[in-house]
Design a protein around this ligand. Structure first.
Ligand code: ADP
Ligand code: MG
Length: 432
């Protein structure tokens, strides 16, 4: 750096407000040649900003040290930037097409799509997607990247897991290349920073991030973050960053409800990397047993696929039994331990009949109901196969059991009274 520019920086520090100084002036490099001071900005946005807002102050500062010098503002050449290579590609599968929408992500989905479609014009800057692990934050954020890339291929999109950013900052401190790292991030039209909470406690990275953020924000470049909690809750995050984040649009992602989980399973099952023939009923069965997050649903599908691929059973139809065997303890480990004797006893008691009625051939209405309900619960809450269940109910065959299950399932779904009875029984059994 030229000595004269160093002196100018000292002067500018006093004449330009500190925030503006650190974002716009400090990163600049300059050389003197043929009586011209050439200031090199990292990108065109900076050049424009400097010319519009700071040129007079720079001129005055230069004049204090050398009245004869002419000033030029240009872009830093590739030569000076050559040390910079930090890209992390988007994951090809993380598109809007592959993202199922449901009540858990409806608002976030819509907002992110709108932002991606109206880049530069969107009022939602920055935008923060937050929620627990495996709920689709990275997928949604990258979907924005894919959409922008598709609609405006020239847009510069930078996706950065925040730990990559931290690593780049750490390395650049060692190699004295911090300005080139910063100018790399500042060159983005759309900056996607994943898992921002992990920057907590990393002071230098937070400081540099703050400057990058301000730069992009003031040049109207879109910034999207993901975070595992509302940013205001993050410990060891600088207040000024929290304040900036709070000013943006905060979108929460919740856990998907049953139907959405099933839809996600069906979508993933179709995908060529999994490619298994799962029907809606079976997707609902898996989804009703795996309730925490989407990543676990995917884990279950992979396990099921492995079972099908390696079981050498040829073209296996995916039934509940196949799922139970393939997924083992992934399927409701506690509930599956219910005892069939308890189920029969409680069901009989509830409908005012005796246990042996359940195995009899009586067609009396309350006996039939008690018998069918007990079969249904046994199917839901134990890992017994249909024919085994039949044996416990007077040696009935598996199609009779299946008929009973379908009947009660339909009643539970359509008749509030039966639904209450079912839930009450489950509660009783679960508390034994
Ligand atoms: P997070 O970043 O919140 O931890 P990810 O974005 O990595 O979660 O999502 C975990 C997995 O779940 C990914 O494979 C993703 O494709 C999938 N996923 C999450 N939500 C959905 C959804 N709504 N539709 C389809 N797949 C989803
Ligand atoms: Mg993620």
């Amino acid at each position: 750096m030229s000595i004269i520019w160093k002196k100018c920086l000292e002067t500018l520090k006093d004449t330009v407000p500190i925030g503006q100084f650190s974002v716009w002036i400090q990163p600049l490099k300059a050389t003197v040649k043929d009586n011209t001071l050439t200031i090199m900005a990292p990108n065109t946005s900076t050049v424009d900003y400097l010319k519009k807002n700071l040129k007079q102050k720079i001129k005055a500062a230069v004049a204090q040290h050398d009245k004869t010098l002419k000033i030029e503002i240009g872009i830093e050449t590739q030569q000076t930037k050559k040390n910079t290579k930090h890209t992390t590609p988007l994951f090809p599968e993380y598109t809007f097409d592959n993202l199922v929408m449901g009540s858990a992500n409806q608002i976030a989905y819509g907002a992110i799509q709108q932002i991606a479609e109206n880049l530069k014009k969107s009022p939602y800057n920055p935008c923060i997607i937050y929620g627990g692990s495996g709920l689709g934050k990275t997928h949604l954020m990258q979907a924005a990247g894919h959409l922008v890339k598709e609609q405006k291929p020239k847009t510069k999109i930078i996706y950065a897991p925040v730990m990559d950013f931290v690593k780049n900052i750490t390395t650049s401190l060692r190699h004295n290349t911090i300005e080139s790292v910063k100018s790399y991030y500042q060159s983005a039209d759309l900056l996607l920073v994943d898992d921002i909470h992990m920057i907590a406690g990393k002071e230098k990275s937070q400081e540099e991030f703050f400057h990058i953020f301000n730069f992009l924000f003031t040049t109207k470049k879109q910034i999207i973050f993901t975070c595992d909690q509302p940013p205001s809750n993050i410990k060891d995050l600088e207040t000024r960053l929290k304040t900036r984040f709070a000013q943006g649009l905060n979108l929460s992602l919740g856990p998907p409800e049953l139907e959405m989980r099933a839809a996600i399973l069906l979508k993933k099952a179709e995908n060529k990397t999994i490619n298994i023939n799962l029907n809606e009923d079976m997707a609902l069965y898996i989804a009703s047993n795996i309730t925490d997050n989407v990543r676990n649903l995917e884990g279950a599908l992979l396990k099921l696929k492995a079972f099908i691929d390696f079981s050498r059973l040829g073209d296996l139809i995916i039934t509940k039994e196949v799922i139970d065997t393939a997924l083992g303890e992934l399927i409701k480990p506690k509930a599956k331990n219910m005892d069939i004797n308890d189920i029969q006893k409680e069901s009989a008691k509830h409908y005012g009949v005796i246990v042996s009625d359940l195995s009899s051939s009586s067609r009396k209405q309350n006996i039939v109901l008690a018998r069918q309900m007990a079969m249904f619960i046994t199917h839901e809450m134990t890992s017994l196969s249909l024919s085994k269940i039949g044996k416990f109910f007077g040696g009935r065959d598996h199609s009779t059991v299946l008929h009973a299950i379908k009947k009660i399932k339909q009643k539970v779904e359509n008749e509030p009274k039966t639904k209450d009875e079912y839930e009450l029984l489950i509660l009783k059994l679960a508390s034994l």
